[in-house]
Design a protein around this ligand. Structure first.
Ligand code: CP
Length: 318
């Protein structure tokens, strides 16, 4: 098992370390089920949430995770800060370093921003990538894996990977940091990954990805019979061209709807990282069905982020 100082990519964790993180998250999940949801583990440590891009789930769950571990938490949002006066990432980072940050959780619109922070020497503490552009979102991949493992293996999850689990990641793969991080982690944990998307929303270099590519969601549902269908948000804010004829066409061909839902195998899970475009990539029946893990993913995000902060900050370092 290789310990890490920073979590920048889902590819940073080897199989043993990934399973270790998921097992620690199981323990944190037990804490989150208690009446008093607090551990003294990170008392005296300071965690900075540095968010240059909007977020609901990730920002709040990192804040809750750090507080449940008794760390001091500083929430920094670019909106309303001196970034709007032109302050650079370097000066912002050095200001946080001067205030004694032990960990910086960063979300940024630029791919590679977390790597820059980690390798710049501006900050000595641990860096956690909370989503950088279209690049990676490693804690989302961990919470997705945790959710799959818990649903598939139940109380016998501990120590297990996701060997042989067939996951169909569907939709706007091109712009999705969630898809990229999930691919890396799912490969590490032994799952079989299928990308399902219109040709315009698949990466230009598919041979570089250890996934099987499909253009028809109907064929994947009927022939591949996936254990998990993970729907991706259509990221119109990152689109600079017309990638599909209309939203109506996209929903008809690529959306998960009640007709497709009933054709999934009995045990199949429906996942979505959120935020959802209801009526576009997923309809309300699918999003709210008993197969849907959307809210479990949110709850599990707190446990997984507790595990990540605990592991990086509690001295379990190389
Ligand atoms: N899944 C996810 O990253 O959601 P937020 O953008 O709300 O953090």
């Amino acid at each position: 098992m290789t310990h890490i100082k920073n979590l920048l990519s889902a590819g940073d964790v080897d199989r043993d370390f990934a399973i270790h993180l998921l097992d620690v998250a199981e323990g944190m999940s037990d804490v989150n089920d208690r009446e008093i949801k607090k551990l003294p583990t990170l008392r005296g440590k300071t965690v900075v949430n540095l968010f240059f891009e909007d977020s609901t789930r990730t920002r709040i769950s990192f804040e809750l995770a750090a507080k449940r571990l008794s760390a001091d938490v500083i929430n920094f949002s670019a909106k309303g800060s001196s970034v709007s006066k032109g302050e650079s990432l370097k000066d912002t980072a050095q200001t946080l370093e001067a205030m004694g940050a032990d960990a910086v959780v960063i979300r940024h619109h630029a791919s590679g921003a977390a790597n820059v922070l980690a390798h710049s020497g501006w900050i000595q503490g641990a860096i956690v990538n909370a989503g950088d552009g279209t690049h990676e979102h490693p804690t989302q991949a961990l919470l997705d894996a945790f959710t799959m493992r818990k649903r598939i293996h139940g109380n016998a999850s501990s120590g297990k990977g996701l060997d042989g689990v067939k996951v169909a990641i569907t939709g706007d793969v091109l712009h999705s940091r969630v898809a990229r991080s999930n691919l890396l982690l799912l490969n590490t944990l032994g799952a079989e990954v299928h990308f399902v998307a219109p040709p315009t929303l698949l990466p230009a270099n598919p041979a570089n990805f250890n996934a099987t590519l499909h253009y028809s969601l109907d064929q994947v549902i009927d022939i591949e019979k996936p254990d998990v269908v993970m729907m991706l948000r259509v990221q119109t804010e990152r689109m600079t061209a017309s990638y599909f004829p209309s939203e109506r066409e996209y929903a008809r061909i690529w959306g998960l709807n009640s007709d497709r839902l009933v054709r999934l195998k009995d045990t199949a899970l429906v996942m979505h990282p959120g935020p959802m475009n209801r009526g576009l990539e997923i309809d309300a029946v699918s999003a709210d069905s008993p197969r849907s893990t959307v809210l479990e993913q949110v709850a599990n995000g707190v446990s997984v982020r507790m595990a990540v902060l605990f592991t990086l900050l509690s001295g379990e370092r190389a």
